[in-house]
Design a protein around this ligand. Structure first.
Ligand code: AMP
Ligand code: MG
Length: 400
């Protein structure tokens, strides 16, 4: 696939350096290429024997530097043989055909040695790497204009609930527009999958099962709503009827406690995208199962549980090397009090720069409050044993 189109995708081939990086000892400053030993006594006066700029080497100047000599040199240019350091122009003054230098230097200063960043033929990008801006730049720098990437898994999204209606539909007072399918579609895309939105399932077992079976044609199925303890929460019973294997049916978190994760044997499932369209991730090759998540329907619960549980699974299916969830730290701006027992994820706004990062919890109406969530920039993570955290304490935050 074309280099730019591969941005954000997962690399399916190892990439090696086609030559040493840098391919020559590279000057990192504008100044003078010198022998460090010539600057033992200061100020030192060296004879300028030529100029080297980035690009083709000049032919009319000597190629080697001897005692008492200097080359004028520009950032990015090859340091000539005989020179072992570059003095910044700021520490020099030009005097006709010589330069006076007022600062000593150690060998290697302001020079990146040939091959110091990567040796020729060494691995620079491994299979399973997500192609971020630096990875794309690195691929370009080793001459790869096309990259092989893994197929993006298809992830079916099934929203459930008698009260849920589509965005464009005429709506009654007690009805709720489907927003979860859309937040999930965004999260799936961000995690490297292709969302497949299914029609909304009513709280009725037969139709629900029919739509779940349709969802299992994809590589993974994410259901939202219908996993709590209510009489019309039918997702778990219908999955159980389909002989699903449950890995867990709840987590000690809030929001998101009723989250469900499991798999279904593939008698009923289609091939999915992975088996059809090209190189697929090792995890997903020949698996006789399809994985599913049942995420609670409250919009913030859906978003949080996707990040914590569904994203890592989807990344594995997409071929990405496993990585831990990342948490940052910030100082709490104002005191929080919660009930202990569950790890809590509270919407918050980050501010402050560098080591002054602060997190301010935003007042919210609970896990149905998308308006507050849309203003938040992170979740503040409260560990289960804490009931109170004072302003000024360090807290963990997860970006959102
Ligand atoms: P449930 O998990 O089915 O009990 O739903 C919990 C809450 O989330 C209820 O208030 C639902 O109306 C709401 N909800 C469920 N699904 C969606 C959805 N797709 N979009 C927006 N809200 C939803
Ligand atoms: Mg429901």
């Amino acid at each position: 696939m074309d280099l730019l189109r591969a941005a954000g995708r997962i690399l399916a081939e190892p990439i090696a350096a086609d030559r040493d990086i840098p391919p020559f000892p590279r000057a990192t400053r504008d100044g003078y290429a010198v022998r460090a030993a010539d600057l033992a006594t200061l100020p030192a006066r060296l004879k300028i024997i030529g100029e080297i700029k980035a690009g083709p080497l000049p032919t009319q100047v000597p190629s080697t530097l001897n005692r008492g000599e200097a080359f004028s040199i520009m950032t990015g240019a090859p340091v000539p043989q005989g020179a072992d350091a570059v003095v910044m122009v700021e520490y020099t003054s030009l005097q006709q055909d010589s330069v006076e230098i007022i600062k000593s230097i150690v060998p290697g200063e302001n020079v990146v040695a040939q091959g110091a960043e990567a040796k020729r033929s060494s691995l620079v990008l491994d299979r399973g790497t997500r192609l971020n801006r630096a990875a794309i730049a690195l691929a370009a720098s080793v001459g790869k204009s096309r990259l092989q990437v893994f197929v993006r898994p298809r992830v079916a999204v099934l929203t459930t609930g008698d009260e849920i209606v589509e965005v464009d539909a005429a709506i009654g007072t007690t009805q709720i527009r489907n927003s979860n399918s859309y937040s999930l579609a965004v999260q799936i895309q961000e995690a490297g999958g292709q969302p497949v939105l299914l029609p909304i399932a009513p709280d009725e077992p037969r139709r629900l099962r029919q739509l779940m079976e349709q969802g299992l044609q994809s590589d993974m199925l994410i259901i939202t709503g219908g996993v709590s303890m209510g009489r019309y929460d039918l997702v778990e019973p219908v999955l159980a009827e389909m002989q699903a294997e449950f890995f867990f049916t709840g987590a000690k978190i809030q929001p998101g406690k009723p989250v469900v994760f499991g798999r279904v044997k593939c008698g009923l499932c289609g091939a999915g995208a992975l088996a059809r369209e090209g190189p697929s991730a090792p995890v997903s090759q020949k698996t006789p199962h399809k994985y599913f998540f049942g995420l609670p329907g409250n919009p913030v619960s859906t978003m949080v549980t996707f990040e914590l549980f569904a994203r890592p699974m989807l990344e594995a299916l997409a071929g990405m090397s496993p990585r831990p969830l990342t948490f940052l730290h910030a100082r709490l701006k104002s005191e929080i009090r919660v009930k202990s027992g569950l790890t809590r994820f509270l919407p918050a706004i980050l501010s402050g720069r560098y080591e002054e990062s602060q997190a301010e919890p935003v007042p919210w109406q609970g896990s149905g409050d998308i308006a507050t969530q849309s203003r938040a920039t992170c979740y503040l993570v409260v560990p289960p044993h804490r009931e109170q955290i004072s302003a000024g304490e360090w807290v963990a935050v997860m970006l959102c």
